[in-house]
Design a binder for this molecule. Structure first.
Ligand code: C5P
Length: 216
């Protein structure tokens, strides 16, 4: 296993997870999808919010573990339940940026993510990995792509997963989520000063993967 960490940040649907998975597999590293962790808390919040007075209270009732399945990849286990299959549902996507803007949620997950990366060999993707979670990562990449291209990719992705969506709505959702993520108070989405920016518009998965591998 490569004894470095790779931080991969960027806006919604920029292709981070596809690329991160491929980079990790080629370099014998472990891929950690931090968006899935925020989505898992959002899933729990939507199901149980009436029981909790605030996010501090809610977080104190949550335990999150990541498991790796040879075929299915990263699985998110929330209070002993594998919730991975629910994390891409529209309701979760609609509320995740709000939940992810909460201080208690961020400090809980950032701590967990730092611990996961302690032993190195991690490719971690998200919004604040290069700036906050792994500021000392050996390789930092900030991936961007046009909203048009990102919406088209997400549409394809959703079709494969059997999730109903349409292009115009996706463009709107993606732009709204970026706006929220870039303007929140705590660790907003932004390029770390020392990150390498890659515009993936028009590039193939293999080309982007190779560019990142060349940085290691
Ligand atoms: O990457 P993904 O689209 O699954 O992320 C879902 C949401 O989780 C983002 O829109 C953002 O609000 C939040 N997130 C975050 N910090 C991360 C990863 C995701 O705030 N490191």
């Amino acid at each position: 296993m490569t004894a470095i960490n790779i931080a991969l940040d960027g806006p919604a649907a920029a292709g981070k997870s596809t690329i991160a998975k491929q980079v990790a597999s080629k370099l014998g590293m472990i891929y950690v999808d931090t968006g899935a962790m925020y989505r898992a808390i959002t899933y729990y919040y939507l199901k149980n919010k009436s029981q909790f007075s605030d996010f501090k209270n809610l977080i104190s009732n949550i335990q999150i573990n990541l498991k790796y399945d040879e075929n299915k990849g990263q699985r998110v286990i929330l209070n002993n339940e594998d919730v991975t299959d629910y994390l891409r549902e529209n309701d979760v996507t609609e509320h995740v940026s709000y939940v992810a803007s909460q201080e208690e949620v961020r400090s809980f997950l950032v701590k967990l993510q730092k611990e996961l990366a302690e032993a190195k060999g991690i490719v971690m993707d998200g919004r604040d990995i290069g700036t906050t979670v792994l500021p000392n990562a050996e390789v930092k990449v900030y991936m961007i792509a046009s909203v048009d291209e990102r919406a088209k990719r997400r549409l394809k992705d959703n079709q494969l997963r059997g999730i109903e969506s349409n292009l115009e709505q996706l463009k709107e959702d993606i732009s709204k989520r970026d706006e929220y993520d870039m303007n929140r108070k705590i660790s907003p989405l932004k390029k770390a000063d020392d990150a390498v920016e890659i515009d993936t518009t028009g590039l193939s998965i293999d080309e982007v993967t190779q560019r990142i591998i060349n940085l290691t």
